[in-house]
Design a binder for this molecule. Structure first.
Ligand code: C2E
Ligand code: CA
Ligand code: CA
Ligand code: CA
Length: 279
Protein backbone atom coordinates (compact mmCIF):
# COMPACT_ATOMS: atom_id res chain seq x y z
CA UNK A 1 0.00 0.00 0.00
CA UNK A 2 2.90 2.22 0.81
CA UNK A 3 4.53 1.95 -2.65
CA UNK A 4 1.16 2.40 -4.29
CA UNK A 5 0.73 5.58 -2.33
CA UNK A 6 4.13 6.73 -3.41
CA UNK A 7 3.37 6.01 -7.05
CA UNK A 8 0.23 7.99 -6.83
CA UNK A 9 2.23 10.81 -5.34
CA UNK A 10 4.73 10.70 -8.19
CA UNK A 11 1.91 10.71 -10.71
CA UNK A 12 0.29 13.69 -9.04
CA UNK A 13 3.64 15.47 -9.05
CA UNK A 14 4.08 14.91 -12.78
CA UNK A 15 0.65 16.29 -13.45
CA UNK A 16 1.44 19.37 -11.45
CA UNK A 17 4.68 19.79 -13.34
CA UNK A 18 2.87 19.54 -16.62
CA UNK A 19 0.42 22.20 -15.51
CA UNK A 20 3.23 24.46 -14.33
CA UNK A 21 4.99 24.04 -17.66
CA UNK A 22 1.86 24.94 -19.56
CA UNK A 23 1.41 28.00 -17.37
CA UNK A 24 4.97 29.03 -18.03
CA UNK A 25 4.47 28.57 -21.77
CA UNK A 26 1.34 30.70 -21.76
CA UNK A 27 3.04 33.31 -19.61
CA UNK A 28 5.90 33.51 -22.09
CA UNK A 29 3.62 33.85 -25.08
CA UNK A 30 1.52 36.48 -23.28
CA UNK A 31 4.61 38.61 -23.06
CA UNK A 32 5.14 38.25 -26.82
CA UNK A 33 1.46 38.88 -27.48
CA UNK A 34 1.80 42.29 -25.87
CA UNK A 35 4.77 43.16 -28.05
CA UNK A 36 3.06 41.83 -31.17
CA UNK A 37 -0.20 43.62 -30.39
CA UNK A 38 -2.28 40.44 -30.47
CA UNK A 39 -4.95 41.53 -28.00
CA UNK A 40 -8.27 42.96 -29.08
CA UNK A 41 -11.26 44.32 -27.21
CA UNK A 42 -14.76 43.00 -27.76
CA UNK A 43 -17.74 45.01 -26.58
CA UNK A 44 -20.90 43.57 -25.06
CA UNK A 45 -23.92 45.90 -25.08
CA UNK A 46 -25.69 46.78 -21.85
CA UNK A 47 -29.37 47.50 -22.40
CA UNK A 48 -31.86 49.65 -20.57
CA UNK A 49 -35.01 47.65 -21.07
CA UNK A 50 -37.25 50.61 -20.37
CA UNK A 51 -35.85 52.73 -23.21
CA UNK A 52 -34.79 49.62 -25.15
CA UNK A 53 -31.50 51.33 -25.87
CA UNK A 54 -27.85 50.52 -25.47
CA UNK A 55 -26.68 52.52 -22.47
CA UNK A 56 -23.19 51.11 -22.26
CA UNK A 57 -20.78 48.32 -23.08
CA UNK A 58 -18.53 46.00 -21.16
CA UNK A 59 -15.05 45.82 -22.65
CA UNK A 60 -13.86 42.19 -22.74
CA UNK A 61 -10.39 41.23 -23.82
CA UNK A 62 -9.67 38.64 -26.53
CA UNK A 63 -6.39 37.22 -27.71
CA UNK A 64 -5.87 36.93 -31.42
CA UNK A 65 -3.64 33.90 -30.95
CA UNK A 66 -1.34 32.93 -33.85
CA UNK A 67 -2.44 29.27 -33.81
CA UNK A 68 -5.54 29.11 -31.57
CA UNK A 69 -7.33 31.99 -33.27
CA UNK A 70 -9.57 34.38 -31.39
CA UNK A 71 -9.30 33.23 -27.78
CA UNK A 72 -11.50 34.16 -24.80
CA UNK A 73 -9.86 35.17 -21.51
CA UNK A 74 -10.66 31.85 -19.80
CA UNK A 75 -7.49 30.50 -21.41
CA UNK A 76 -5.08 33.14 -20.18
CA UNK A 77 -6.47 35.81 -17.84
CA UNK A 78 -5.84 33.90 -14.59
CA UNK A 79 -2.25 33.30 -15.60
CA UNK A 80 -1.86 36.97 -16.43
CA UNK A 81 -3.48 37.97 -13.14
CA UNK A 82 -1.13 35.73 -11.15
CA UNK A 83 1.88 37.40 -12.73
CA UNK A 84 2.86 41.01 -13.12
CA UNK A 85 1.77 40.83 -16.77
CA UNK A 86 -1.74 41.89 -15.82
CA UNK A 87 -0.46 45.37 -15.08
CA UNK A 88 0.79 45.84 -18.63
CA UNK A 89 -2.17 44.05 -20.21
CA UNK A 90 -4.57 46.02 -18.03
CA UNK A 91 -2.90 49.28 -18.98
CA UNK A 92 -3.19 48.34 -22.63
CA UNK A 93 -6.93 47.65 -22.15
CA UNK A 94 -7.48 51.04 -20.49
CA UNK A 95 -5.69 52.90 -23.29
CA UNK A 96 -7.35 50.95 -26.10
CA UNK A 97 -10.87 51.39 -24.68
CA UNK A 98 -10.35 55.12 -24.17
CA UNK A 99 -9.01 55.48 -27.71
CA UNK A 100 -12.01 53.64 -29.17
CA UNK A 101 -14.76 55.43 -27.32
CA UNK A 102 -13.23 58.82 -28.06
CA UNK A 103 -13.42 57.88 -31.75
CA UNK A 104 -17.10 56.95 -31.32
CA UNK A 105 -18.00 60.17 -29.55
CA UNK A 106 -16.09 62.15 -32.18
CA UNK A 107 -18.21 60.44 -34.85
CA UNK A 108 -21.33 61.68 -33.08
CA UNK A 109 -22.24 58.24 -31.71
CA UNK A 110 -23.36 57.69 -28.13
CA UNK A 111 -21.93 54.51 -26.59
CA UNK A 112 -22.90 55.61 -23.07
CA UNK A 113 -20.55 54.28 -20.41
CA UNK A 114 -17.99 51.61 -21.17
CA UNK A 115 -17.03 49.31 -18.32
CA UNK A 116 -13.42 48.18 -17.98
CA UNK A 117 -12.54 45.13 -15.88
CA UNK A 118 -9.80 45.93 -13.39
CA UNK A 119 -7.89 43.11 -11.70
CA UNK A 120 -6.92 43.12 -8.03
CA UNK A 121 -3.21 43.40 -8.83
CA UNK A 122 -3.86 46.53 -10.87
CA UNK A 123 -5.61 48.17 -7.94
CA UNK A 124 -2.81 47.20 -5.58
CA UNK A 125 -0.31 48.89 -7.86
CA UNK A 126 0.44 52.38 -6.64
CA UNK A 127 0.49 53.93 -10.10
CA UNK A 128 -3.06 53.18 -11.24
CA UNK A 129 -4.67 56.50 -10.30
CA UNK A 130 -1.91 58.45 -12.04
CA UNK A 131 -2.15 56.15 -15.05
CA UNK A 132 -5.90 56.77 -15.31
CA UNK A 133 -5.44 60.53 -15.08
CA UNK A 134 -2.73 60.48 -17.73
CA UNK A 135 -4.69 58.17 -20.05
CA UNK A 136 -7.82 60.31 -19.76
CA UNK A 137 -5.85 63.41 -20.59
CA UNK A 138 -3.94 61.87 -23.50
CA UNK A 139 -6.97 60.22 -25.08
CA UNK A 140 -9.36 63.12 -24.65
CA UNK A 141 -11.82 60.64 -23.16
CA UNK A 142 -14.19 62.06 -20.56
CA UNK A 143 -14.19 60.33 -17.15
CA UNK A 144 -17.99 59.99 -17.24
CA UNK A 145 -17.67 57.74 -20.30
CA UNK A 146 -15.81 55.17 -18.19
CA UNK A 147 -16.80 52.73 -15.49
CA UNK A 148 -14.42 50.45 -13.62
CA UNK A 149 -15.61 46.93 -12.84
CA UNK A 150 -14.07 45.39 -9.78
CA UNK A 151 -14.97 41.97 -8.41
CA UNK A 152 -16.63 41.93 -5.03
CA UNK A 153 -14.06 39.52 -3.61
CA UNK A 154 -11.27 42.02 -4.12
CA UNK A 155 -13.10 45.05 -2.76
CA UNK A 156 -13.97 43.21 0.45
CA UNK A 157 -10.41 41.97 1.00
CA UNK A 158 -9.35 45.22 2.63
CA UNK A 159 -12.36 47.48 2.83
CA UNK A 160 -10.60 50.43 4.46
CA UNK A 161 -8.08 50.51 1.65
CA UNK A 162 -10.75 49.98 -1.00
CA UNK A 163 -12.84 52.88 0.27
CA UNK A 164 -9.87 55.25 0.10
CA UNK A 165 -8.78 54.08 -3.35
CA UNK A 166 -12.24 54.03 -4.92
CA UNK A 167 -12.87 57.54 -3.61
CA UNK A 168 -9.97 58.76 -5.69
CA UNK A 169 -11.47 57.31 -8.86
CA UNK A 170 -14.86 58.81 -8.05
CA UNK A 171 -13.19 62.18 -7.53
CA UNK A 172 -11.88 61.88 -11.09
CA UNK A 173 -15.47 61.33 -12.22
CA UNK A 174 -15.14 57.64 -13.06
CA UNK A 175 -17.98 55.29 -12.00
CA UNK A 176 -17.34 52.09 -10.04
CA UNK A 177 -19.28 48.89 -10.44
CA UNK A 178 -19.04 45.83 -8.20
CA UNK A 179 -18.72 42.80 -10.47
CA UNK A 180 -19.98 39.30 -9.66
CA UNK A 181 -22.02 40.72 -6.79
CA UNK A 182 -23.39 38.10 -4.44
CA UNK A 183 -20.41 35.75 -4.71
CA UNK A 184 -17.85 37.53 -2.55
CA UNK A 185 -19.20 37.82 1.01
CA UNK A 186 -19.98 41.52 1.10
CA UNK A 187 -20.29 43.06 4.47
CA UNK A 188 -23.44 45.15 4.39
CA UNK A 189 -21.94 47.57 6.89
CA UNK A 190 -19.14 48.34 4.45
CA UNK A 191 -21.32 48.31 1.38
CA UNK A 192 -22.99 51.54 2.41
CA UNK A 193 -19.60 53.20 2.91
CA UNK A 194 -18.16 52.14 -0.43
CA UNK A 195 -18.12 54.93 -3.01
CA UNK A 196 -19.60 52.71 -5.72
CA UNK A 197 -22.26 53.42 -8.32
CA UNK A 198 -23.48 50.01 -9.50
CA UNK A 199 -24.01 46.41 -8.48
CA UNK A 200 -23.75 43.71 -11.14
CA UNK A 201 -25.80 40.67 -10.19
CA UNK A 202 -23.59 37.66 -10.87
CA UNK A 203 -24.69 35.50 -13.76
CA UNK A 204 -24.73 32.38 -11.58
CA UNK A 205 -27.92 33.72 -9.96
CA UNK A 206 -29.46 34.72 -13.27
CA UNK A 207 -28.82 31.36 -14.93
CA UNK A 208 -31.34 29.35 -12.90
CA UNK A 209 -33.95 31.98 -12.13
CA UNK A 210 -36.71 30.03 -13.80
CA UNK A 211 -36.02 26.78 -11.92
CA UNK A 212 -34.80 28.05 -8.57
CA UNK A 213 -36.88 29.89 -6.01
CA UNK A 214 -33.72 30.48 -4.01
CA UNK A 215 -32.04 32.24 -6.90
CA UNK A 216 -35.16 34.32 -7.50
CA UNK A 217 -35.04 35.38 -3.85
CA UNK A 218 -31.36 36.28 -4.11
CA UNK A 219 -31.82 38.27 -7.31
CA UNK A 220 -34.82 40.13 -5.91
CA UNK A 221 -32.92 40.91 -2.72
CA UNK A 222 -29.89 42.29 -4.57
CA UNK A 223 -32.16 44.50 -6.67
CA UNK A 224 -33.90 45.82 -3.54
CA UNK A 225 -30.58 46.33 -1.77
CA UNK A 226 -29.12 48.28 -4.66
CA UNK A 227 -32.17 50.47 -4.97
CA UNK A 228 -32.21 51.11 -1.24
CA UNK A 229 -28.58 52.21 -1.37
CA UNK A 230 -29.23 54.46 -4.36
CA UNK A 231 -27.14 52.34 -6.73
CA UNK A 232 -27.73 51.20 -10.26
CA UNK A 233 -28.27 47.46 -10.59
CA UNK A 234 -27.46 45.44 -13.70
CA UNK A 235 -28.18 41.75 -14.27
CA UNK A 236 -25.55 39.96 -16.33
CA UNK A 237 -25.77 36.71 -18.23
CA UNK A 238 -29.40 37.16 -19.27
CA UNK A 239 -30.08 34.46 -21.85
CA UNK A 240 -33.82 33.83 -21.88
CA UNK A 241 -37.05 35.76 -22.17
CA UNK A 242 -38.14 34.31 -18.81
CA UNK A 243 -35.04 35.59 -17.04
CA UNK A 244 -35.47 38.99 -18.63
CA UNK A 245 -39.10 39.26 -17.59
CA UNK A 246 -38.46 38.20 -14.01
CA UNK A 247 -35.61 40.67 -13.61
CA UNK A 248 -37.51 43.52 -15.19
CA UNK A 249 -40.63 42.91 -13.13
CA UNK A 250 -38.43 42.80 -10.01
CA UNK A 251 -37.41 46.41 -10.69
CA UNK A 252 -34.12 46.03 -12.56
CA UNK A 253 -34.01 47.54 -16.02
CA UNK A 254 -30.29 47.27 -16.82
CA UNK A 255 -29.30 43.99 -18.46
CA UNK A 256 -26.49 42.34 -20.34
CA UNK A 257 -26.43 38.89 -21.87
CA UNK A 258 -26.63 36.67 -24.93
CA UNK A 259 -30.38 37.36 -25.20
CA UNK A 260 -29.47 40.85 -26.38
CA UNK A 261 -25.99 40.34 -27.81
CA UNK A 262 -22.78 38.43 -27.34
CA UNK A 263 -19.58 40.44 -26.98
CA UNK A 264 -18.84 41.77 -30.48
CA UNK A 265 -15.94 43.35 -32.34
CA UNK A 266 -15.60 47.15 -32.23
CA UNK A 267 -16.71 47.49 -35.87
CA UNK A 268 -19.93 45.61 -35.11
CA UNK A 269 -20.57 47.65 -31.97
CA UNK A 270 -20.16 50.74 -34.10
CA UNK A 271 -22.82 49.49 -36.54
CA UNK A 272 -25.23 48.87 -33.66
CA UNK A 273 -24.69 52.42 -32.41
CA UNK A 274 -25.26 53.86 -35.88
CA UNK A 275 -28.50 51.90 -36.30
CA UNK A 276 -29.69 52.90 -32.87
CA UNK A 277 -29.40 56.58 -33.83
CA UNK A 278 -31.99 56.06 -36.54
CA UNK A 279 -34.45 54.16 -34.34
P1 C2E B 1 -16.81 38.82 -16.28
O1 C2E B 1 -16.20 40.14 -16.01
O2 C2E B 1 -17.75 38.28 -15.26
O3 C2E B 1 -17.49 38.95 -17.72
C1 C2E B 1 -18.68 38.30 -18.11
C2 C2E B 1 -18.40 37.06 -18.93
O4 C2E B 1 -19.64 36.43 -19.23
C3 C2E B 1 -17.76 37.34 -20.29
O5 C2E B 1 -16.95 36.23 -20.61
C4 C2E B 1 -18.98 37.37 -21.21
O6 C2E B 1 -18.65 37.08 -22.55
C5 C2E B 1 -19.82 36.29 -20.61
N1 C2E B 1 -21.24 36.46 -20.90
C6 C2E B 1 -21.90 37.58 -21.21
N2 C2E B 1 -23.22 37.34 -21.39
C7 C2E B 1 -23.40 36.02 -21.18
C8 C2E B 1 -24.55 35.16 -21.22
O7 C2E B 1 -25.68 35.57 -21.48
N3 C2E B 1 -24.33 33.85 -20.93
C9 C2E B 1 -23.09 33.36 -20.62
N4 C2E B 1 -22.98 32.07 -20.36
N5 C2E B 1 -21.99 34.15 -20.58
C10 C2E B 1 -22.14 35.46 -20.85
P2 C2E B 1 -15.49 36.43 -21.23
O8 C2E B 1 -15.50 37.55 -22.23
O9 C2E B 1 -15.02 35.09 -21.68
O10 C2E B 1 -14.63 36.91 -19.99
C11 C2E B 1 -14.42 36.06 -18.89
C12 C2E B 1 -13.80 36.79 -17.74
O11 C2E B 1 -12.49 37.25 -18.09
C13 C2E B 1 -14.55 38.05 -17.32
O12 C2E B 1 -15.66 37.71 -16.52
C14 C2E B 1 -13.47 38.77 -16.55
O13 C2E B 1 -13.35 38.28 -15.25
C15 C2E B 1 -12.23 38.42 -17.34
N6 C2E B 1 -11.87 39.52 -18.25
C16 C2E B 1 -12.34 39.84 -19.47
N7 C2E B 1 -11.75 40.95 -19.97
C17 C2E B 1 -10.87 41.36 -19.03
C18 C2E B 1 -9.94 42.46 -18.94
O14 C2E B 1 -9.83 43.32 -19.83
N8 C2E B 1 -9.20 42.53 -17.79
C19 C2E B 1 -9.32 41.62 -16.78
N9 C2E B 1 -8.55 41.77 -15.69
N10 C2E B 1 -10.19 40.60 -16.83
C20 C2E B 1 -10.95 40.48 -17.94
CA1 CA C 1 -16.93 42.11 -15.63
CA1 CA D 1 -19.25 39.46 -13.96
CA1 CA E 1 -16.91 36.59 -13.37
Amino acid sequence: AKSKGRNRYVFFDQEMNQETNEHLEIEKSLRKALDKNEFVIFYQPQINLQSEKIVGFEALIRWNHPTRGLTAPGYFINIAEESELIIEIGNWVIKEVMRQIKVWYDMGLDPGKTAINIAGKQLEEAGLVAFMIQSLRESGCKPEWIEMEIVERFIMKDTTKSIALLKRFRELGVDISIDDFGTGHSSLAYLKQLPITKLKIDQSFVQNLEESGEDRAIARTIIELGRGLGLKVLAEGVETQGQKEFIYSSGCELMQGYLFSKPIAAADAELLLKNQMHM
